[in-house]
Structures are given as C-alpha cells and as structure tokens.
Design a protein around this ligand. Structure first.
Ligand SMILES: [Zn+2]
Ligand SMILES: [Zn+2]
Ligand SMILES: [Zn+2]
Length: 279
C-alpha cells in the first residue's frame, strides 16, 4: 500500500494567505517543504481522501489520472477538506467521460449539505452522474470499495457533527488516517481493539505543532506520541508501525526542519506536500 500526501496543511495553508507570522515569512523565503497546501491524500492510485479547494493544484502538480480514482472518502466538512463544488465539473459538458466507473463518495451524513446536494442536482439524468454517495456511520460497519479496500469509519473528536477518521485495509496491509481529531473516546478505542488487528502506517493530526493544546479537536507532537503509545498498548501498533505527523498550521509554530527534529526524536515522520510512503 502507498500513501501520497498531496496537501498537508490546516485551513489557512502555509504560508497563510494574509499572514506575516515568522513561520509564514520563513515559508515564503524557503519554499520547498515549508509550503503546505490544504489537506488531501491518495492511497495507491485509486482512493482519494478529502477534496479541498486545492485539489485542482494537486491533480496538476502530481499528474493524477482522474479515471483511476474510484473512491473519495470525506473525513468532515471543514473547508480545508471539503470543497465538493469542484465535483460539479464531472457533469456532462464539463467533462467528457467515456465508459468510466462511477466515483463513489463516502462520508458521514454531514456531507449531504448544500454544496454536495447542489452538485448532485446539476446531474439529474440517470447514467450521467458518474457519482454515487455512500453514507457510513461513526464506528459502524466497514465499507468495501469496488477495488477491494475495506474502509472502517472511525469516530473522530472534532468540531463538526459526525467527523470521521479512517482505517483502510487491503491485501494484509492497514493504514490509519486520523485527521482532524483529538484523542479518541473510550468507545472508539474499544471499537478499534475489536476490529483492527494491526496497523502498518498511522497518520496523526499535528495542527498544534509545538504549542500547548488550547483547542479540543486537534493534537500536537506530544499528543501524537501519546496516541502512538496508546495504539501500542492496545496491541494494534508495534515497533514496526510507521507513524507520521501531518495537517500542520502556522499557529503550531514549527517550520518543516524544526518539525523533523522534534518528531525524529521519537522516530516519527513529518509529512510534506508530495511525500510518498510505501509499506
Ligand atoms: Zn483540517
Ligand atoms: Zn502565519
Ligand atoms: Zn477540521
């Protein structure tokens, strides 16, 4: 299994469009891995996680073949993850699609809000949708994609009604994608213990970076490390599991290099736009 991080920032991106803080000023000067676009990731070539407004830029910069994308998972409906307006360009006249499988959009009932329902209403004719919607429940039954990924919808702790993290399994490999969330609730740890045998890769929310936590719904480096220890206690993660800190904000007060130093002390990776990890 392979994860490719297309965008690795929280809502404002780094540098924040209008921000002059030291992290943003440094990012403008250095470029490279200090520039972070809004959150999106791709598993292998076919499974997309989240669809922010930066998706166009991600598709171009990474030469992603749209016909290969079978499934789009939404974690939640904050704008750095959810910009379904662009999916309207999939309709006839805006896209010429021959013999393509439908795109299946997976998320909690929260995704059925105006932006997505308006897009779907623009595609009223049977056979021209090329989009199907599958609603999943927090800590509910897994969804199996057309190409055989088992997707477990995990209850996140975040500022929307039914936010989701995901565990994605295929061919004996498993990945957890935990954005945006704080530590899980006890019922969620139980759900994981019951259903997930082993995680090979874990991507954790690091919005708050090196800053002491002020907001419930995200994590920082210290809490990512504690989260990893909890997974090991439960027997779901081991010393072989790869951990990666992701979803950074300039308000977390770390540049890429500083993040690598802090995370490296615990053998955690730090994501950057375009980073690929195969496991
Ligand atoms: Zn976010
Ligand atoms: Zn800033
Ligand atoms: Zn969010």
């Amino acid at each position: 299994m392979k994860i490719k991080y297309l965008g690795t920032a929280a809502a404002e991106g780094i540098p924040g469009l209008f921000c002059q803080c030291p992290v943003c000023m440094t990012a403008r000067k250095r470029g490279g891995r200090d520039i972070r676009s809004r959150t999106q990731a791709m598993i292998d070539e076919t499974l997309m996680i989240d669809w922010p407004a930066d998706s166009f830029y991600h598709m171009m910069n990474n030469v992603i073949h749209p016909e290969l994308i079978k499934t789009l998972l939404f974690t939640h409906i904050h704008e750095d993850h959810y910009y379904p307006q662009d999916l309207g360009t999939r309709r006839q006249g805006f896209a010429h699609i021959d013999g393509c499988d439908p795109l299946t959009i997976v998320g909690s009932s929260d995704i059925l809000t105006a932006p997505l329902t308006q897009v779907l209403s623009l595609m009223p004719c049977e056979g021209t949708y090329h989009i199907e919607v599958k609603i999943v429940e927090q800590n509910g039954d897994p969804y199996v994609t057309v190409d055989g990924y088992t997707v477990w919808p995990i209850k996140a702790v975040h500022g929307t009604d039914h936010p989701l993290c995901y565990v994605i399994e295929k061919d004996g490999k498993a990945l957890m994608y935990a954005h945006d969330t704080s530590e899980f609730l006890p019922e969620t740890w139980e759900y994981l213990k019951k259903n997930i045998k082993h995680l090979d890769f874990v991507s954790l929310d690091c919005t708050e970076g090196r800053v002491p936590m002020s907001y419930k719904g995200h994590m920082n480096f210290e809490r990512d490390f504690a989260f990893g220890e909890k997974l090991k206690e439960l027997g779901i993660a081991t010393e072989e599991t790869i951990f990666c800190c992701n979803h950074f904000s300039h308000n977390g007060k770390v540049t890429y290099d500083e993040g690598v130093r802090i995370a490296g002390e615990r053998n955690y990776l730090v994501s950057y736009d375009g980073m690929e990890v195969e496991f």
